[in-house]
Design a protein around this ligand. Structure first.
Ligand SMILES: Cc1cc2nc3c(=O)[nH]c(=O)nc-3n(C[C@H](O)[C@H](O)[C@H](O)COP(=O)(O)OP(=O)(O)OC[C@H]3O[C@@H](n4cnc5c(N)ncnc54)[C@H](O)[C@@H]3O)c2cc1C
Length: 333
């Protein structure tokens, strides 16, 4: 006897209507939010970048710990802050991107120790510290969040995250909570060492004391100065290239870096230089801007062309300061 045709039909029916397993179905149960194929252009200052496999927004540290400890170790994760130092390529990121939100933005002060969750914005930390008579003014004009500030050893006006850093809490890729010292992070010019997949969750700074009114005045002045000299209202990611002589993680007098990337770019005649929708700013030649419709490819190509031409004109090789992550678009591979 042959197979029952009715049975075959129901098998075909089942195959047709069964929903393919989405990646989210394979991930640990969490209290936070998963979003599949989240377009990362929505989460970066330059407004470029394709989708990540999944965006995970944990509710709090326990949620993040539960996620990382139960996640298949073969699945890569990539933490982001507010995306103010990133070019995410047009093909997106093949990983679970982790973005910390409200459960990670508390700021508390004890004596001259300032402890902030990694999602607290630099400017909020600077302002709250100033209200308590503590000087973290250098953070006021940096548009990132505290996790990114530590990861990138962010700094300006002669002070750097490394100068005030005491310790940080992180969750390892295996889901263990650890406390990191400055030695662990090995701060360097605009970078630190953090193993892949580790997520910073909280940072403690030790801030110099200062007078609240004087600190506020200084922050206002810095803001005015920055708005006058940099395209702060445009889509950018801050300085595109490191200053070549550039090593100053202390801001001390014997630790200067006189050779400025913007000057080399200007001297090479590249102020305002444009490829597609990507442009080296007229206002500050080391700021790359998305004038409206730039892709990540346009921005990277512009950067590489600038590096080539600066090398021709000065003999110096510029190093990217903006982090470039992810995959090129299909046609660009
Ligand atoms: C207009 C403008 C001006 C700027 N001026 C300055 C300046 O004066 N000085 C300066 O130093 N920078 C400056 N920047 C660059 C940028 O703001 C800093 O690098 C900032 O610290 C990045 O923080 P973020 O939260 O945006 O990090 P993102 O850009 O989201 O991420 C940067 C890196 O940090 C990692 N990261 C972020 N959060 C975490 C976390 N919780 N755990 C582990 N890793 C994490 C990411 O994986 C990535 O590798 C400027 C940018 C702009 C747009």
């Amino acid at each position: 006897m042959g197979p029952d045709p009715g049975e075959n039909a129901s098998l075909v029916f089942f195959l047709v209507i069964a929903k393919p397993l989405s990646m989210i179905d394979t991930l640990p149960k969490v209290r936070g939010t998963y979003t599949e194929n989240k377009i990362l252009a929505d989460l970066t200052w330059l407004r470029v970048g394709g989708p990540c496999d999944v965006l995970f927004q944990p509710v709090d540290v326990d949620d993040l710990v539960a996620f990382l400890s139960a996640l298949n170790p073969e699945i890569p994760v990539f933490p982001i802050g507010v995306g103010s130092n990133l070019i995410v390529r047009d093909g997106g990121i093949r990983a679970v991107v982790i973005r910390m939100g409200r459960g990670f933005n508390t700021i508390s002060i004890d004596g001259n120790l300032v402890t902030a969750g990694v999602a607290a914005l630099d400017q909020h930390v600077a302002r709250k510290a100033a209200d308590a008579g503590l000087d973290l003014t250098f953070l006021r004009t940096i548009p990132g969040a505290i996790g990114g500030a530590v990861r990138m050893n962010a700094g300006c006006y002669g002070s750097y995250a490394a100068d005030v850093f005491v310790s940080a809490k992180a969750v390892t890729r295996a889901g263990e909570v650890v406390t990191l010292s400055a030695d662990d992070l090995n701060f360097q010019y605009r970078q630190s060492d953090l193993p892949d997949g580790w997520v910073l969750v909280e940072v403690t700074f030790k801030a110099p004391y200062g007078d609240t009114d004087a600190l506020k005045k200084r922050m206002d002045e810095q803001l005015t100065k920055r708005n006058a000299s940099q395209p702060t209202k445009e889509r950018s990611a801050g300085s595109t290239f490191r200053n070549p002589a550039g090593f100053s993680s202390t801001g001390s007098e014997d630790d200067v870096h006189d050779l400025k990337a913007w000057k080399l770019i200007d001297d090479a005649g590249l102020r305002g230089f444009q490829l597609g929708g990507a442009q080296m700013s007229e206002k500050h030649p080391n700021f790359m801007i998305n004038t409206g419709d730039a892709t990540a490819t346009d921005l990277e190509k512009l950067g590489e062309e600038v590096r080539k031409r600066v090398f021709k004109s000065s003999g110096l090789t510029l190093q990217w300061e903006i982090m470039r992550v992810g995959e090129p678009a299909e046609g660009e591979k």
